[in-house]
Design a protein around this ligand. Sequence first.
Ligand code: SF4
Length: 365
Amino acid sequence: MRFPLGMTTKLSKYIAGKRLRRVEKFPLVMMLEPLHACNLTCTGCGRIREYKETITEQLTVDQCLNAVDECGSPIVSICGGEPMIYRPLGELVTRILDRGRHIYLCTHGMFIKKRLNEFKPAASFFFNVHLDGMEATHDLCVERKGVFRQAIDGIRAAKDRGFMVCTNTTIYKQTDLHEIAELFEYLQDFGVDGHTIAPSYSYAAVQNKEIFMSRQEIQEKFREATKVLEKYSLMTSPIYLDYLRGEREDLMCTAWGNPTYNPRGWKAPCYLITDGHHATFKDFIEKTNWDKYGRGRDPRCEHCMVHVGYEPSAVLGANRRLGDTWRLFKWQLSGGSKGRRRMNGDEMEKCSPLLPAQTDSSEAT
Ligand code: SF4
């Protein structure tokens, strides 16, 4: 299985509950940024640049937990800045897991080894390590030598201790996809559980625009990426990959599905664009004019194909097509860590609400 059974079941029940209650906009994954500080200055990072005025501010654990409770998403992605320099991170992770949420802890990986004792392996907890290539390329992207080696040491230590680990790779204009294949091959030796790939996006705050791609360039790059990388355990959904290849122009932005909370508040409308911050999640959902955003509505959205806008669309089945349901279901059952077992019939039944629509035989083609 591509994702742990508990995560799939929880997400399925959650989506089914929202649909039953006819809730129109609801979060799937909350992006929690307890701080924006980082010890690196990665070339493509918008955060350390956009929030440089407030880079020393941090949320307290209680502020983080209040936001997690208010949002209610089944999955919390702890990011930043670099969350591994947030002092009470161990406590924060434990208290979010105690609430029955699933966590992706997004990190550059340098401090995993040092702080590993603060965490316990769990089926609801992933380390998600950022790697943009093999050693020379990655160290160039993050603008510091030695980062790749430290991240790999952290990954090995975490896997040796029974943690789940996945990686995330940003695909830039200059990315050599065969090098990314080499990276995934290398990571297989340590039993890494899966990989996400996503296109870079032109943050207003990043000066070096050369690295970002237009919509057409993203589509060309991801047509090649699918050919080169599909044999690896990609955690990026096949519907979203269709979109990235230009085969699903009809997906609409659902940025409310991946809301971001940071020391300034709930960032609206999305992870990339900041038109304001809201004090409460309710205000974020209700006071953001969602009809203003997306391709053809706002020039800043024109080349955006990022996961925070479109991966929820794929999971929620916005503009679904015949066959999507069955395809997503088969994808969830395939791939993933060799150690993970396959679902039995009862378990499949429980998970079916995760899909854009109930599986029906006419779709099972
Ligand atoms: S299309 Fe992209 S940039 Fe525009 S609102 Fe959606 S996620 Fe944000």
